[in-house]
Design a binder for this molecule. Structure first.
Ligand code: PXP
Length: 243
């Protein structure tokens, strides 16, 4: 059976990182989101971090108004962010762990040892009509716990694979977690560290419906432009699915 087409959501934080280098207006991540959509992105992802190092609150407000595909807000599971999400109502929130000193999101949410905090957040967001996804490590325990928390979607952290694509155990973990998630009726997304060279293996996993990719696309855009960088990634994903 041929796998369904996979969605590509572009994380535009990295455009905001460049803007914040000068604390000015350019490049504008909201304009970048529009270009990504024009080039075939199926959705836009932005991470509002507690330290506001790249995306700002006003970007989220503007994205909410301008994104015409699907808007996925990544955020930590803290009161300030929950309040903001309930006010701005993105279509989806992906809950991610966050430590101020980290350079990027380094591991999945710890949903096994602190389920109550996550459950309260899931309930509050779902109650506001927001679809909730949890960014988790690709382990059976985390997938099973996600099922208990009642979320409709999970995003598997692909970092271990993307840092070492030859690591067969990392590949197996992603395949196994994706299959389990689908068997449990959870929509499976994936992302982190994916680029044109390593995306094929993840894109070929039939249960993975959506990829969230940021850094490599924005980096490639510096040389070839954003629209071409998005199109190249979609082509690489489609090729992996049809081979
Ligand atoms: N998914 C999540 C939950 C993330 O936190 C990130 C990093 O911002 C990504 C996907 C995208 O990772 P990258 O920028 O390495 O493509």
């Amino acid at each position: 059976m041929r796998a369904k087409q996979q969605r590509l959501y572009i994380n535009i934080d990295h455009v905001a990182t460049l803007r914040q280098a000068r604390r000015g207006d350019e490049p504008d991540p909201v304009a970048a989101a529009t270009l990504c959509e024009r080039a075939g992105a199926d959705g836009i992802t932005a991470h509002l971090r507690e330290d506001r190092r790249h995306i700002q609150d006003s970007d989220i407000e503007r994205l909410k108004k301008s994104v015409t595909t699907f808007f996925n807000l990544e955020m930590a599971c803290v009161a300030e962010m929950l309040e903001l999400a309930r006010r701005l109502k993105p279509q989806q929130v992906t809950l991610v762990p966050e430590r101020r000193e980290e350079i990027t999101t380094e591991g999945g949410l710890d949903i096994v040892s602190e389920p109550e905090r996550i459950q309260n957040a899931v309930d509050a967001l779902s109650g506001a009509g927001i679809r909730v996804s949890l960014f988790i490590d690709p382990t059976r325990a985390a997938v099973e716990q996600s099922k208990k928390l009642g979320v409709p979607a999970i995003e598997l952290h692909t970092g271990r694979y993307s840092h070492d694509p030859a690591n067969a155990a990392a590949v197996d973990a992603l395949r196994d977690a994706a299959r389990l998630g689908a068997d449990l009726g959870i929509a499976v997304h994936a992302g982190h560290g994916l680029n044109l060279q390593n995306v094929g293996m993840v894109a070929a996993i039939p249960e993975i419906e959506e990829l969230n990719i940021g850094h490599s696309i924005v980096s490639r855009a510096v040389f070839v432009g954003l629209e071409r960088a998005v199109r190249e990634m979609k082509e690489a994903m489609d090729a992996a699915r049809s081979s």
